[in-house]
Ligand binder design. Structure first.
Ligand code: BGC
Length: 359
């Protein structure tokens, strides 16, 4: 029998030719197997986000698509029979609305209780009506830092209201990483971009975490003009501090938001950014629509001033130049890094590094 000789230093090993061939074959098969396992894991991981996006968007078009699988790197959706029946549009005014409601912040609220009492809210704080097709897909965006207690009240009151309003919605809490100067409008811009990565939202509600409407007829949707939803805050004696006031809670359709190049990124600290947004809207020949002062009533949670959110001394100067700066400062110049995204049962929590104010 023919033999191969391999000599290593002084040791001489004799391998029969057939054994060497078998060993090589085994090695090749083993490597191929290993490679395919790694590839399958990689592909299923990489497809995860796409899968979620696909799942929510597909459901909204078809009703209920079920059983999504990935096999051989292909996404397959088995659509059940009910999915083929188009859901009728929800009515313009939801029949589930209750009208004025009492809002208090002295009660105890618990996340687990909120979850149990809102069983139809799905992971990440999403909901869509079961029996009709919502008229709008609404991303609710909350700029955030260190306000967990306020967020609990917001979730406690808002999930039931938004469901009664028959909205197809998702809740995005945009948390500013670190303890440096806060930038509300930049966080709102980020919420717009990040929410769109998940779902084809067409309306964006930008809400402070400490504001709750006192009447569910104040619908958190978009209108033919940018909407100011917190039109009568208790803090301002259930009125407006001035006519151009656009702070608190507002709603813009995608078209309206893009028409003003989103919001400014350069307002660091408290104040002015909402006035800048007002200026942008006015400069694009749009106007503010509002609910009447009874329906638009809302309560704010009283709290101490936030750390690192002192009044911005530059705001007056910035405000004087909105028309000149708005084309270059906005959604088209937004830059940030996502630090983490967490899907909680009642909301999606995105922590972002937004950088520092220019020195
Ligand atoms: C600020 C706004 C603020 C409003 C009401 C204005 O002076 O510029 O940002 O929302 O006061 O407090």
């Amino acid at each position: 029998m023919k033999e191969s000789l391999i000599s290593v230093s002084k040791v001489t090993v004799a391998l029969p030719g057939a054994s060497l061939q078998r060993a090589c074959k085994f090695l090749v098969v083993f490597c191929a197997l290993h490679l395919s396992v790694v590839l399958i894991y990689y592909l299923s991981g990489a497809n995860f986000d796409i899968l979620q996006y696909f799942r929510r968007n597909q459901q909204s078009q078809l009703g209920y698509a079920q059983n999504y699988t990935i096999s051989n790197g292909k996404l397959t959706a088995e659509i059940s029979t009910i999915a083929k029946e188009e859901l009728k549009n929800c009515p313009k005014t939801s029949p589930l609305l209750l009208g004025p409601q009492n809002i208090v912040f002295s009660i105890h609220v618990d996340l687990e209780d909120i979850r149990k009492t809102n069983p139809d809210v799905t992971e990440g704080g999403c909901y869509r009506p079961k029996n009709c097709k919502a008229l709008q897909k609404v991303a609710i965006i909350i700029p955030f830092r260190n306000r967990d207690d306020h967020l609990k009240y917001w979730l406690h009151y808002m999930h039931p209201i938004l469901q009664r309003q028959q909205l197809d919605y998702g809740v995005y809490v945009i948390n500013q990483d670190g303890e440096k100067t806060f930038n509300r409008a930049k966080l709102l811009n980020i919420g717009y971009v990040e929410s769109l990565k998940e779902y084809a939202y067409d309306c964006f509600v930008f809400s402070d975490v400490d504001l709750i409407p006192m009447d569910d007829r104040n619908t958190y949707t978009c209108f033919s003009q940018p909407r100011h939803l917190s039109a009568a805050m208790d803090k301002f004696g259930f009125g407006l501090p001035y006519n151009q006031y656009f702070g608190g809670v507002s709603a813009l359709s995608m078209k309206q938001f893009l028409k003003i190049n989103g919001f400014p990124n350069n307002y660091w600290g408290w104040g002015g950014e909402d006035d800048d947004i007002y200026n942008r809207i006015a400069s694009r020949d749009m106007y503010i629509s509002r609910p009447d002062t009874l329906t638009g009533r809302c309560r704010m949670i009283r709290h101490n001033k936030d750390n690192k959110n002192d009044p911005n001394p530059q705001r007056f100067d910035l405000l004087a130049h909105t028309r000149q700066t708005m084309n270059s400062d906005g959604i088209n110049s937004l830059s940030y890094k996502v630090v983490s995204t967490k899907k909680f049962p009642l909301y999606t929590y995105i922590t972002v590094d937004i950088g520092l104010p220019p020195s």
